[in-house]
Design a protein around this ligand. Structure first.
Ligand SMILES: Nc1ncnc2c1ncn2[C@@H]1O[C@H](COP(=O)(O)OP(=O)(O)OP(=O)(O)O)[C@@H](O)[C@H]1O
Length: 618
């Protein structure tokens, strides 16, 4: 067998190749010609279809229909042509492939329309336990409830509470049941979103007392955190009332009493045990809590069973002051704060002390998982009066509910008519037990002086703002409750949580800055099933903004009050006299202030620069 085959050149193959080449060239020329023809005919067709589009547009047909029509025509004719000339199709598809595969357009995916990310609410938020807001037909008789302690029943009845409100009826048994389970089953945390005045306070006060009263010790076992002093004092008062005959003691840490007194109130040093707590429950403001955690010797929260955050969304807004971090650090629950459990096994479950049972309450609790994540809730349960959609639709998330008994209205007037309109409501229409909101302490003060001068003895008007000291604010509220004061002019310091019984009207003299402030302002009336009226005074250019704000809260049923302008024109004369007197009074006050501050610089003994309630001239 030959290893190599040697082919000799004989000149024949060359001729054959030449023939093949010329055939190939001829075929190519043909193709080029055909391609030219095809392109020319396509151009004609495009022209034709464009003309049709223009023509159709003129006839007023919809763009969509026209485009479909014209492109389908072009496609049809191209298809026909491409049947005749099979090469066209492959040429076109090759061209297309070239444009899509051979040239990479950098960053082209940035221009692509991205699919919308559908976020889904966590199960516990989308499957809230629904709470009724009907306070007119109550079905939960206090005496008939087996799960409620006898002593608490007696206190409730002595306070005139014979029926529990819906939120209490659902939340109290749930908390009690969670604590009746074996200790290795940690209680599920609770979030409650219910309207203003629906009785949220008792829904945490009663179960906490009932659970703690069985086991009195020397430790702080419940901590209730509130955003402001007044609210802390109010909640501490309710706790003290319901702790009667239970052996439990309540401490208040809000800065309303001097530092060392607060320390003495909660702690005692003993020979045998060292520092012990003399209170079981502490009601506090977040800021004061951190101060005590850092500076009070013997202050310990290591035996905490309950952590209640009332007005949770407001405290959440101020979370940057890190009180939660300091608290968890103190009780060494840093990992549990974020629910980051290293390994879940039998040893972990049996050795680990349960974190404090967290209970969050608000009338405007946003179901925003990212915000709620900060609390590190353990298998939370949500009780809510308003249904929450499964999708994170912003418009649905912002729905807040006001009590059924509350009538909400607005009135439109010019800026200079505002005091006249207010006077008309208070004096001419004789509205009583009225809370008026302004947007600054200064305008609250001016309005108070004006109305006292103008209304003379017909209505008693008092201001309530941060410009007054704490005891004066308490006096004003007390007198209002006793009907010794008919009208309070306030800032938003009083908007949240404060329980003012028998307030018939809330007037927003200056419109609220956001929907949450609106909900809390109007919520000072129409509480606990009583009828209430809320009126917002608006200037023409504020109407749109107000309506949008109201809609963002999922509300639409606010009616406008119409008034006759001649009613106001009759008041102008009296107003002019009153405004002069007001100017004098304010000037006198400024002069007195200046004099006092000069004296202060020279070293007098004066203690407080805050106004006293009695300082307001009538
Ligand atoms: N079951 C009840 N029967 C009668 N009155 C009640 C009952 N529960 C609570 N109240 C009263 O209703 C009023 C409002 O209660 P509470 O202050 O707890 O409301 P809230 O839901 O916390 O309101 P806010 O959101 O404004 O703080 C209080 O005066 C309280 O004493």
């Amino acid at each position: 067998m030959d290893l190599f085959v040697i082919n000799r050149y004989d000149g024949f193959e060359e001729n054959e190749i030449k023939n093949q080449e010329s055939l190939h060239l001829e075929r190519l020329r043909q193709r080029i010609e055909e391609r030219k023809k095809a392109q020319a005919s396509q151009k004609n067709l495009n022209k034709q279809s464009n003309n049709e589009v223009i023509h159709d547009n003129k006839q007023g047909q919809s763009d969509e229909v026209i485009t479909i029509k014209s492109t389908s025509k072009v496609d049809d004719s191209i298809a026909e042509k491409s049947k005749e000339i099979p090469e066209i199709k492959s040429y076109k598809s090759n061209e297309y492939k070239k444009s899509t595969t051979e040239f990479k357009v950098l960053g082209s995916h940035d221009f692509e329309k991205k699919p919308k990310v559908e976020r889904v609410l966590p199960y516990w938020l989308s499957h809230a336990i629904s709470v009724s807001k009907n306070l007119q037909t109550l079905t939960c008789n206090v005496e008939e409830q087996d799960w409620l302690n006898k002593t608490l029943k007696e206190t409730l009845l002595s306070e005139g509470v014979t029926q529990l409100f819906p939120v209490q009826e659902q939340v109290i048994p749930f908390i009690l049941q969670e604590h009746s389970l074996p200790s290795i089953l940690w209680p599920q945390d609770v979030c409650v979103s219910a309207p203003t005045g629906s009785g949220k306070t008792l829904s945490f006060v009663l179960p906490i007392i009932q659970i703690l009263m069985n086991d009195v010790g020397h430790h702080i076992r419940a901590l209730i955190v509130l955003p402001v002093q007044e609210l802390a004092a109010q909640v501490a008062k309710v706790f003290r009332k319901y702790c009667t005959n239970t052996g439990l003691k309540v401490g208040l840490l809000s800065g309303s009493t001097p530092w060392h007194k607060e320390q003495q109130q909660i702690l005692k040093h003993t020979e045998s045990l060292g520092w012990i707590s003399i209170v079981d429950i502490i009601v506090c403001t977040a800021g004061r809590l951190v101060e005590h955690l850092q500076n009070t010797e013997g202050f310990s929260l290591k035996h905490l069973k309950f952590l209640v955050i009332d007005e949770a969304d407001r405290i959440m807004d101020n979370i940057q002051n890190d009180w939660l971090y300091h608290m968890y650090k103190h009780i060494k629950l840093d990992d549990q704060a974020t629910n980051k459990i290293a390994q879940l096994n039998w040893e972990f479950i049996t050795n680990r002390r349960a974190p404090p049972h967290k209970l969050l309450f608000s009338a405007t609790l946003s179901p925003d998982p990212e915000l709620l994540e900060q609390w590190g809730l353990f298998q939370p349960k949500l009780f809510s009066v308003s249904p929450i959609s499964d999708s994170l639709d912003k418009s649905l998330m912002k729905k807040y509910t006001t009590p059924d008994e509350l009538k909400e209205q607005f009135v439109v007037c010019a800026a200079e008519e505002k005091p006249l309109l207010l006077y008309n409501f208070l004096i001419e229409e004789n509205w009583d037990k009225v809370l008026v909101f302004t947007n600054s302490a200064q305008s609250a003060h001016r309005l108070t002086v004006l109305l006292n001068v103008w209304a003379k003895e017909r209505k008693k008007v008092a201001e309530l703002s941060s410009a007054l000291d704490r005891s004066s604010r308490e006096t004003v509220l007390k007198k209002f409750n006793l009907s010794e004061i008919n009208v309070i002019i306030s800032t938003d310091a009083l908007a949240r949580g404060i329980d003012i019984p028998h307030c018939n009207y809330v007037i927003s003299y200056d419109p609220p800055k956001n929907i949450k402030t609106y909900i809390h302002r109007v919520g000072r009336t129409g509480r606990a099933g009583n009828i209430g009226n809320a009126v917002t005074v608006l200037l023409q250019n504020q109407i749109q903004m107000f309506k949008e704000m109201i809609q963002s809260g999922g509300k639409s049923d606010i009616t406008q009050i119409e008034f006759q302008p001649e009613k106001l024109s009759n008041l102008i004369e009296g107003y002019q006299v009153a405004i002069q007197a007001t100017k004098h009074t304010i000037n006198d006050e400024i002069n007195t202030k200046v004099r006092k501050s000069i004296e202060l610089k020279r070293g007098p003994k004066s203690k407080s620069r805050k106004r006293k309630h009695n300082d307001i001239k009538k």
